[in-house]
Design a protein around this ligand. Structure first.
Ligand SMILES: Nc1ncnc2c1ncn2[C@@H]1O[C@H](COP(=O)(O)OP(=O)(O)OP(=O)(O)O)[C@@H](O)[C@H]1O
Ligand SMILES: [Mg+2]
Length: 328
């Protein structure tokens, strides 16, 4: 870049303007900008280099500082990329807004129920009993939410050590399948398996991976109308280094613009779409299930992805490393 003019190196007009401002004002200038469409943010600081030096010299020589100032020839132009910082600030703001909302909703119901209970307590014992049960439900939901949050933050900060052992892929699938069968039957959704290379040993914490599968199947049942099918499968991926697991449903699907966001904590695509018998305390969900799943899979060195077509269904796929079967 040596010997080039600044406007031959930097093409952003806004940055050049800050430099121009600094030159014409004879003083340090700062500018900050966010380019909205891409979320790119930068900060530019322009400092005339010889400012202090020349002023001092000018004073010594009895020349007015102002006159000397117009001879600046060197400037330090520092351009800082703030994109990641701004993104993290946004994530934090969203997180606080989301968690406040998630906590406030059940709290508001509890308050309302308690007020109504107060009115009914002497006059109508049956009604009072009903309100007590509803309060109990809301409190349970709150409790579940707080435990999920704690668990997520523990996994995120690496406080939940994964107990990695060789586990048979088919065993993982069958065990979770058996656990989820009653729920599927209750919601009249068929559960199928599609197992290939089921005897491959994967390196996994079976308890944590079971929880991932449970989360995925729970979602699949929740977003699949009665009469639909949920398929849980596993197969060796080309190359033989990783085993793939998937949960496929014939449900409502996820819109393309929402797909990249569903693994974020608290993200819920259009909540009205889940089956009505899942909505309400404990059933509506808090939008943490997939965030937890992603962290568990990534802690195993795997990857989790989702594909979907609105009206046709969704497929969630994750990979796990195949266990090394050394002779030692
Ligand atoms: N199989 C699926 N079909 C359609 N939409 C899905 C499916 N799985 C997830 N989603 C969408 O992704 C969102 C996030 O899922 P996630 O499991 O993280 O949260 P949740 O199920 O709403 O709550 P939680 O799992 O904490 O009880 C859901 O709210 C839903 O909109
Ligand atoms: Mg879920």
């Amino acid at each position: 870049m040596q010997g080039l003019r600044l406007d031959q190196v930097v093409h952003d007009q806004a940055i050049l303007q800050v430099v121009q401002d600094s030159i014409s004002a004879d003083q340090p200038c700062k500018g900050e900008q966010t380019i909205d469409a891409s979320g790119t943010a930068w900060k530019v600081t322009v400092t005339p280099l010889e400012h202090a030096q020349r002023n001092m010299q000018a004073e010594l020589e009895g020349v007015a500082g102002h006159e000397a100032a117009s001879h600046y020839t060197y400037f330090v132009v520092a351009i800082e990329d703030l994109t990641e910082l701004r993104r993290l600030e946004r994530v934090r703001r969203d997180f606080i807004a989301n968690i406040s909302h998630e906590l406030r909703t059940p709290l508001a119901s509890v308050r309302l129920l308690a007020e109504t209970l107060e009115e009914a307590i002497d006059t109508d014992r049956d009604k009072a009993q009903m309100f007590l049960e509803k309060i109990e439900n809301e409190v349970q939901h709150l409790n579940g939410l707080v435990s999920e949050l704690l668990e997520l933050s523990r996994i995120e900060s690496g406080l939940v050590p994964m107990v990695i052992e060789p586990v048979q892929a088919e065993h993982l699938v069958r065990e979770v399948m058996a656990r989820m069968l009653p729920q599927a039957q209750r919601h009249r959704v068929m559960l199928h398996t599609e197992i290939k290379e089921g005897n491959v040993l994967v390196a996994a914490d079976s308890k944590q991976i079971a929880r991932v599968l449970v989360n995925l199947i729970h979602n699949a049942i929740k977003y699949t109308p009665s009469g639909g099918t949920v398929t849980i499968g596993t197969a060796l991926q080309a190359g033989g280094q990783v085993q793939r697991f998937f949960v496929r449903d014939t449900g409502v699907g996820i819109r393309p613009e929402e797909l990249p966001r569903i693994f974020e904590r608290f993200y819920k695509a259009d909540r009205a779409r889940s089956k009505t018998d899942f909505i309400g305390p404990g059933g509506g969900g808090s939008g943490l299930g997939l965030a937890i799943a992603r962290h568990v899979v990534e802690a195993h060195g795997g990857r989790i992805t989702a594909e979907s077509r609105v009206g046709y269904g969704s497929t969630f796929t994750f990979t796990l490393p195949v266990a090394q079967r050394g002779n030692t």
